[in-house]
Design a protein around this ligand. Structure first.
Ligand SMILES: Cc1cc2nc3c(=O)[nH]c(=O)nc-3n(C[C@H](O)[C@H](O)[C@H](O)COP(=O)(O)O)c2cc1C
Length: 204
Protein backbone atom coordinates (compact mmCIF):
# COMPACT_ATOMS: atom_id res chain seq x y z
CA UNK A 1 0.00 0.00 0.00
CA UNK A 2 1.15 3.52 -0.68
CA UNK A 3 2.93 4.95 2.38
CA UNK A 4 0.68 7.94 3.07
CA UNK A 5 -2.47 5.86 2.59
CA UNK A 6 -1.14 3.34 5.09
CA UNK A 7 -0.49 6.07 7.65
CA UNK A 8 -3.97 7.48 7.15
CA UNK A 9 -5.65 4.10 7.29
CA UNK A 10 -4.03 2.88 10.52
CA UNK A 11 -6.15 3.30 13.59
CA UNK A 12 -5.99 1.93 17.10
CA UNK A 13 -8.59 -0.81 16.67
CA UNK A 14 -11.02 -1.16 19.57
CA UNK A 15 -13.29 -3.72 17.93
CA UNK A 16 -11.76 -6.94 16.71
CA UNK A 17 -13.85 -9.80 15.37
CA UNK A 18 -13.48 -12.41 18.12
CA UNK A 19 -12.69 -16.08 17.45
CA UNK A 20 -10.57 -15.34 14.40
CA UNK A 21 -7.05 -16.68 14.10
CA UNK A 22 -3.92 -15.42 12.39
CA UNK A 23 -1.63 -17.80 10.59
CA UNK A 24 1.76 -18.20 12.30
CA UNK A 25 3.37 -17.48 8.92
CA UNK A 26 1.79 -14.02 8.86
CA UNK A 27 2.92 -13.33 12.42
CA UNK A 28 6.46 -14.30 11.48
CA UNK A 29 6.28 -12.12 8.34
CA UNK A 30 5.19 -9.16 10.50
CA UNK A 31 8.17 -9.71 12.81
CA UNK A 32 10.54 -10.04 9.85
CA UNK A 33 9.42 -6.64 8.62
CA UNK A 34 9.61 -5.11 12.12
CA UNK A 35 13.19 -6.36 12.33
CA UNK A 36 14.11 -4.09 9.41
CA UNK A 37 13.81 -1.14 11.84
CA UNK A 38 16.93 0.85 12.60
CA UNK A 39 18.76 0.31 15.89
CA UNK A 40 21.77 1.83 17.58
CA UNK A 41 24.92 -0.04 16.47
CA UNK A 42 22.51 -2.36 14.62
CA UNK A 43 22.26 -4.15 17.97
CA UNK A 44 18.59 -5.05 17.31
CA UNK A 45 17.78 -5.41 20.99
CA UNK A 46 14.15 -6.34 20.34
CA UNK A 47 12.42 -9.61 21.11
CA UNK A 48 8.82 -10.63 20.65
CA UNK A 49 6.56 -12.82 22.74
CA UNK A 50 3.69 -13.92 20.53
CA UNK A 51 0.53 -15.04 22.28
CA UNK A 52 -2.06 -16.67 20.06
CA UNK A 53 -3.62 -19.40 22.19
CA UNK A 54 -7.09 -18.30 23.22
CA UNK A 55 -6.71 -19.08 26.93
CA UNK A 56 -3.43 -17.14 27.06
CA UNK A 57 -5.00 -14.18 25.24
CA UNK A 58 -7.82 -14.21 27.80
CA UNK A 59 -5.34 -14.25 30.71
CA UNK A 60 -3.35 -11.39 29.19
CA UNK A 61 -6.60 -9.44 28.67
CA UNK A 62 -7.40 -9.82 32.38
CA UNK A 63 -3.97 -8.40 33.20
CA UNK A 64 -4.75 -5.59 30.72
CA UNK A 65 -7.52 -4.46 33.06
CA UNK A 66 -10.08 -6.54 31.15
CA UNK A 67 -9.93 -4.40 28.02
CA UNK A 68 -12.45 -6.22 25.81
CA UNK A 69 -10.61 -5.65 22.54
CA UNK A 70 -7.49 -7.29 23.97
CA UNK A 71 -9.54 -10.40 24.67
CA UNK A 72 -11.02 -10.32 21.15
CA UNK A 73 -7.67 -9.96 19.35
CA UNK A 74 -6.40 -12.87 17.29
CA UNK A 75 -2.87 -12.50 18.65
CA UNK A 76 -0.93 -10.36 21.08
CA UNK A 77 2.65 -9.45 20.40
CA UNK A 78 4.59 -8.28 23.42
CA UNK A 79 7.66 -6.36 22.33
CA UNK A 80 10.63 -6.61 24.68
CA UNK A 81 13.88 -4.71 24.81
CA UNK A 82 17.14 -6.41 25.73
CA UNK A 83 18.85 -4.19 28.28
CA UNK A 84 22.18 -5.87 27.59
CA UNK A 85 22.84 -3.99 24.37
CA UNK A 86 26.30 -5.55 24.07
CA UNK A 87 25.02 -9.15 24.21
CA UNK A 88 25.73 -9.69 20.49
CA UNK A 89 28.78 -7.46 20.30
CA UNK A 90 30.90 -10.11 18.54
CA UNK A 91 28.32 -10.71 15.80
CA UNK A 92 27.73 -6.97 15.41
CA UNK A 93 31.42 -6.26 14.94
CA UNK A 94 32.00 -9.26 12.67
CA UNK A 95 29.31 -7.87 10.35
CA UNK A 96 30.82 -4.39 10.56
CA UNK A 97 34.25 -5.67 9.50
CA UNK A 98 32.85 -8.02 6.83
CA UNK A 99 30.78 -5.28 5.21
CA UNK A 100 33.40 -2.54 5.54
CA UNK A 101 31.77 -0.48 8.31
CA UNK A 102 35.02 -0.57 10.30
CA UNK A 103 38.48 -2.07 10.09
CA UNK A 104 39.78 -4.95 12.22
CA UNK A 105 42.04 -2.43 13.99
CA UNK A 106 39.06 -0.28 14.99
CA UNK A 107 37.16 -3.20 16.58
CA UNK A 108 38.43 -2.68 20.19
CA UNK A 109 37.27 0.95 20.20
CA UNK A 110 33.81 0.05 18.93
CA UNK A 111 33.63 -2.97 21.25
CA UNK A 112 34.13 -0.63 24.17
CA UNK A 113 31.52 1.79 22.85
CA UNK A 114 28.91 -0.96 22.43
CA UNK A 115 29.58 -3.19 25.42
CA UNK A 116 30.78 -0.70 28.04
CA UNK A 117 29.16 -0.73 31.47
CA UNK A 118 26.12 1.54 31.63
CA UNK A 119 23.73 2.47 34.40
CA UNK A 120 20.47 0.47 34.60
CA UNK A 121 18.52 3.59 33.56
CA UNK A 122 20.70 4.12 30.50
CA UNK A 123 20.44 0.46 29.51
CA UNK A 124 16.66 0.54 29.81
CA UNK A 125 16.49 3.77 27.84
CA UNK A 126 18.56 2.30 25.01
CA UNK A 127 16.50 -0.89 24.93
CA UNK A 128 13.20 1.00 24.87
CA UNK A 129 14.26 3.55 22.24
CA UNK A 130 15.21 0.80 19.82
CA UNK A 131 12.30 -1.52 20.58
CA UNK A 132 9.68 1.19 20.22
CA UNK A 133 10.87 1.80 16.66
CA UNK A 134 10.33 -1.89 15.98
CA UNK A 135 6.82 -1.55 17.48
CA UNK A 136 5.87 1.14 15.01
CA UNK A 137 7.22 -0.83 12.05
CA UNK A 138 5.40 -3.91 13.32
CA UNK A 139 2.11 -2.02 13.50
CA UNK A 140 2.45 -0.72 9.93
CA UNK A 141 3.56 -4.12 8.67
CA UNK A 142 0.41 -5.70 10.12
CA UNK A 143 -1.75 -2.89 8.72
CA UNK A 144 -0.18 -3.35 5.28
CA UNK A 145 -1.05 -7.05 5.41
CA UNK A 146 -4.71 -6.23 6.08
CA UNK A 147 -4.76 -6.67 9.86
CA UNK A 148 -5.87 -4.14 12.45
CA UNK A 149 -3.81 -3.40 15.55
CA UNK A 150 -4.05 -1.63 18.88
CA UNK A 151 -1.00 -0.56 20.89
CA UNK A 152 -1.66 -1.37 24.55
CA UNK A 153 0.13 0.03 27.59
CA UNK A 154 -2.84 -0.32 29.91
CA UNK A 155 -1.90 -3.37 31.89
CA UNK A 156 -0.29 -4.31 35.17
CA UNK A 157 3.38 -4.20 34.29
CA UNK A 158 4.59 -6.68 36.88
CA UNK A 159 1.76 -9.13 36.25
CA UNK A 160 2.39 -9.10 32.50
CA UNK A 161 6.13 -9.54 33.02
CA UNK A 162 5.43 -12.48 35.31
CA UNK A 163 2.85 -13.95 32.93
CA UNK A 164 5.29 -14.07 30.00
CA UNK A 165 8.18 -15.12 32.29
CA UNK A 166 10.22 -12.12 31.19
CA UNK A 167 13.88 -12.35 32.26
CA UNK A 168 15.15 -9.56 34.54
CA UNK A 169 17.51 -8.14 31.90
CA UNK A 170 14.67 -7.43 29.47
CA UNK A 171 12.15 -4.59 29.60
CA UNK A 172 8.65 -4.50 28.25
CA UNK A 173 8.21 -1.92 25.49
CA UNK A 174 4.64 -2.43 24.33
CA UNK A 175 1.86 -4.94 23.81
CA UNK A 176 0.35 -4.88 20.32
CA UNK A 177 -3.05 -6.51 19.84
CA UNK A 178 -3.58 -7.79 16.29
CA UNK A 179 -6.69 -9.06 14.64
CA UNK A 180 -9.47 -8.53 12.18
CA UNK A 181 -11.31 -5.25 12.46
CA UNK A 182 -15.04 -5.39 13.09
CA UNK A 183 -15.58 -2.74 10.46
CA UNK A 184 -17.75 0.32 10.98
CA UNK A 185 -17.52 0.35 14.78
CA UNK A 186 -14.51 2.66 15.09
CA UNK A 187 -15.14 6.27 16.08
CA UNK A 188 -13.71 9.12 14.03
CA UNK A 189 -9.98 9.60 14.58
CA UNK A 190 -9.09 11.89 17.46
CA UNK A 191 -7.55 15.18 16.29
CA UNK A 192 -3.83 15.80 16.31
CA UNK A 193 -1.98 18.83 17.68
CA UNK A 194 -1.43 21.78 15.38
CA UNK A 195 1.97 22.27 13.78
CA UNK A 196 2.46 25.41 15.94
CA UNK A 197 2.05 23.36 19.11
CA UNK A 198 4.69 20.85 18.06
CA UNK A 199 7.53 22.57 16.27
CA UNK A 200 10.31 24.73 17.68
CA UNK A 201 12.78 25.95 15.10
CA UNK A 202 16.44 25.82 16.18
CA UNK A 203 15.69 25.72 19.92
CA UNK A 204 12.84 25.35 22.38
C1 LIG B 1 1.98 3.75 24.08
C2 LIG B 1 0.52 3.61 23.76
C3 LIG B 1 -0.29 2.99 24.68
C4 LIG B 1 -1.65 2.79 24.39
N1 LIG B 1 -2.41 2.08 25.27
C5 LIG B 1 -3.69 1.80 24.93
C6 LIG B 1 -4.49 0.97 25.78
O1 LIG B 1 -4.04 0.47 26.81
N2 LIG B 1 -5.75 0.72 25.39
C7 LIG B 1 -6.28 1.22 24.23
O2 LIG B 1 -7.45 0.94 23.94
N3 LIG B 1 -5.56 2.01 23.43
C8 LIG B 1 -4.28 2.31 23.73
N4 LIG B 1 -3.52 3.06 22.89
C9 LIG B 1 -4.11 3.59 21.64
C10 LIG B 1 -4.35 5.09 21.70
O3 LIG B 1 -5.43 5.37 22.55
C11 LIG B 1 -4.59 5.64 20.28
O4 LIG B 1 -3.44 5.36 19.50
C12 LIG B 1 -4.85 7.13 20.26
O5 LIG B 1 -6.04 7.43 20.92
C13 LIG B 1 -4.93 7.70 18.85
O6 LIG B 1 -5.86 7.01 18.06
P1 LIG B 1 -5.47 6.38 16.64
O7 LIG B 1 -4.30 5.46 16.90
O8 LIG B 1 -6.69 5.62 16.18
O9 LIG B 1 -5.12 7.49 15.72
C14 LIG B 1 -2.18 3.28 23.16
C15 LIG B 1 -1.33 3.91 22.24
C16 LIG B 1 0.00 4.06 22.53
C17 LIG B 1 0.90 4.68 21.49
Amino acid sequence: MEFLKLIQKRRACHHFIPEMSIDDKDLIKIIEIAAMSPSGYNAQPWEFVIIREKNNISKAAEIAFNQAHVADASALIIVLGDMNIGRNVDTILEDWVKLGYCTKEEVPVYRNSIAKVRSPEKRKQMALRNSMLACMTLIFAAENMGYATCPIMGFSQWQMEEFIKMPKDRCLALLVAIGYEDKGKELQRLPRKSIEEMIYWEHF
